[in-house]
Each structure stands twice: as structure tokens, then as C-alpha cells.
Ligand binder design. Structure first.
Ligand code: E4P
Length: 217
């Protein structure tokens, strides 16, 4: 499963990217606003740092403007994946760019029916928002399961499932168990994935035991 960092903060991204297990970055207008930078500058800096896919989202909501913003975003770097909302205009723009062989990420997906249409529009990634469904008392992970079943039923649909809006480690694990192709999460969540109290405790024991011998390697 690919692991993406959900952030537009360059120092946060750089910190987790140095681990060597990060496959790319996802951003959205909220994250770009939080970065405090000009959008194109923020995206360019991320693309200069990260070799894998970098999702950059359009701000506009109508087809013509999405096409013009999309062209501007794709021109920033070769690893740009254009993020488009799951709306009528977003699906049309997705088809427009996927017909040109460009990578797209359809975002704000909250139903399997929406995911089916995104795949028909040629989306490279579909981003189901797990956490925001849980927030309203629905089952976000069930959505990943449904999309996986539908896409598996039709092998000609090549869209990859990118689990998004991840709030906890279980979201990551359950997405992986269900076979999501990718998951995007805040940098702090990536750090939580490798931490375990027994790892820390085990290291402490090893440290004390070897220190008592006075040996070194
Ligand atoms: C993904 O592409 C989105 O940017 C992100 O996962 C949304 O997460 P949130 O619901 O925590 O804002």
C-alpha cells in the first residue's frame, strides 16, 4: 500500500519523507491555505522535494476554470496528480485530463456510486473520506470495502483506492486489510504507525544489559 503525507507544510513533509517510506503527498485548499504560501510556490516546493505523486487540487468549481487551473497545476511538475471534486464538472474535467493520459485524483468521495462514476471518468485515484463519514455516524471503512468489491468486479476499471480523511491507526490497518491501494494521513499519524510501547521497553532492556557488560561493537 502506498503511504502519502496529507500536508502542504514543507518542513513537516520533509521530516517524514526522510524516513524513506513515503510514496507521495496529497494537498487540498485547506492545507494550502494553512501553509501560508502562494499555492503554486507551495506545490512547486513539495514537487522539488518528493519524487512520487503530489496531488494538487483545483480551487474552482466550474469545468472551464477547472481545465485552466488544471493546466497550470500540471505545468508545475511532472509528478502532479490533479485533484478534482466529485461533482458533475469535476467528473467532466477528470475525463478531459484522463483522456490525455494525465493522472487525476477525484476527491470528496462519500459513496460507492460516486466512486463507480469516478472510475468511469478515468480517475487515477479515488479518495473516499473515511473520517468525515465516521464524524456523521456512518461507517467510513465500509465505503472502502464497497468500492473494493465494485472495482474488483470490473477489472477494466483501473482506478486506485486512496483512503483519505484518516483519523486513527485502525483506519490505516483496516484500509490495508481491505486492499486499498494507498492511504493518505497527517505526518503525526505516520509517526504513530511505527511507535509501540513494547519496542521502547525492549530497547531500554537491551541498553541496560549491554551497558552492564562494558562491551561495544
Ligand atoms: C485527502 O486528500 C484530504 O486532503 C484529507 O485526507 C482530508 O482529511 P480531513 O477530513 O481530516 O480534512
Amino acid at each position: 500500500m502506498k503511504i502519502f503525507v496529507d500536508s502542504a507544510n514543507l518542513s513537516e513533509i520533509s521530516d517524514v519523507y526522510s524516513l524513506g517510506i513515503v510514496d507521495g503527498v496529497t494537498t487540498n485548499p485547506t492545507l494550502i491555505a494553512r501553509s501560508g504560501k502562494d499555492p503554486k510556490t507551495a506545490i512547486k516546493e513539495i514537487c522539488d522535494l518528493v519524487k512520487g505523486d503530489v496531488s494538487a487540487e483545483v480551487f474552482s468549481e466550474n469545468f472551464d476554470e477547472m481545465i485552466s487551473e488544471g493546466k497550470a497545476l500540471y505545468s508545475i511538475a511532472e509528478n502532479i496528480v490533479l485533484k478534482l471534486p466529485l461533482t458533475e464538472d469535476g467528473l467532466k474535467a477528470c475525463k478531459y485530463f484522463s483522456n490525455k493520459g494525465l493522472k487525476t485524483n477525484i476527491t470528496l468521495c462519500f459513496s460507492a456510486a460516486q466512486a463507480l462514476l469516478a472510475a468511469k471518468a478515468g480517475a487515477y485515484y479515488i479518495s473516499p473520506f473515511i473520517g468525515r463519514l465516521d464524524d456523521i455516524g456512518q461507517d467510513g471503512i465500509k465505503l472502502i470495502e464497497e468500492i473494493k468489491i465494485i472495482y474488483s468486479n470490473y477489472p477494466n476499471l483501473k482506478t486506485q483506492i486512496l483512503a483519505a480523511s484518516i483519523r486513527n491507526i485502525d483506519h490505516v490497518l483496516e484500509s490495508a486489510i481491505l486492499g486499498a491501494d494507498a492511504a493518505t494521513m497527517p505526518p503525526s499519524m505516520i509517526k504513530e504507525l511505527y511507535k509501540h510501547a513494547l519496542t521502547d521497553k525492549g530497547l531500554e532492556i537491551f541498553r541496560k544489559d549491554i551497558a552492564s557488560t562494558g562491551h561495544s561493537i
